[in-house]
Design a protein around this ligand. Sequence first.
Ligand SMILES: Cc1ncc(COP(=O)(O)O)c(C=O)c1O
Length: 393
Amino acid sequence: MSLFEKCYRFTKAREVMAAGYYPYFQPIEASYDTEVIIRGERKVMVGSNNYLGLTHHPKVLAAAQAALYKYGSGSTGSRFLNGTLDLHEQLEEKLAKFLHQESALVFSTGYQANIGVLATLVGRDQHLFSDKLNHASIVDGARLSFGIVHRYPHNDLRALERELARTPSEAGKLIVTDGIFSMEGTICDLPKIVALAEFYGAEVLVDDAHSFGVLGEFGGGTAQHFGLENRVSLIMATFSKSLASIGGVIAGPEDVIHYLKHHARSLIFSASMPPASIGGVLAALEVIAEEPERREALWRNTRRMQEGLRSLGYDIGESNTPIIPVLIGELDRMLVFWKELFDAGVFTNPVTPPAVPENSCRLRIYCMATHTDEHNDFVLDAFASLGKRMAAI
Ligand SMILES: Cc1ncc(COP(=O)(O)O)c(C=O)c1O
């Protein structure tokens, strides 16, 4: 088969486009935090990871602009060489403090943080234990490592224990888990994972992409939520969600961070975070500390949306976080739901295999601190009238 043959044979997306149900790559023409304009039409955004509504916060915008004008539009190099600004170091210091860890290292994306850390730390004859629903960046990091990878069924900590018990006691081991699982909207059982890790001599890495700014008394994430900040080994987070920018971080013991700084290929062989993004994240961290009422509003909106959808008869699984999956089932039915909601002015995220099992398609809703009661009612009304129409089909 020729190299491009698979491309010529890939017709599924074009078929869905021709039928008018294609949900991906929707071009946003303007964004007003909780509302966006697409092809001239206003949509309520419930498909964004902008949990705290900080992408348009005046302080975040001003800091991003100031950094842009002070340092220019790009860092034009790797952290290792010419791409380290004093701002990167300030951010690392602030994040280490915020996460109550000794030290932190900033990458250009969360994806790069995960692949860099896993590929660097888990060497030959060492073991990586990973929940099967962990994010793709963890799956890819595992593939890049030379270690032995054990993928345990989602949340099946007995299976995890069996694998740990079978592993030579002297071998290096790392358990990696999402803090909040983004397909289910559920929180990992970190206390049990930490207890297993301590018993079997493993390190623990928590991916707090969706938990940073959302869980914990001060928004410090999953470990803070469970009071385990001094018992996890490493915390990873992204800046592309609550922190309203782009970039990623790994935080943990100083010696480990120092080693990653000199060995992680995704850090060394890629340009560093641009100045405006760092400026924005620095300001977002301040806002998170100064305005705890945003986190409270996020959780108020979350409870309201969960109760509203459940009372309309929708299956939202076990969701207990601002990520709410609305379980629909077959792909075609989910695409109809998505399109009807979109046309009614509601932007949701469609989730299809391979991210979820066959016939387990869902629309994913993300609550935001800045959604108003009117937004929540608008979304719930759209689900209510759609539910009635779809029940008749
Ligand atoms: C759990 C998880 N980890 C890592 C990432 C990667 O983060 P980034 O968008 O910064 O590359 C994501 C992003 O979707 C995520 O959801």
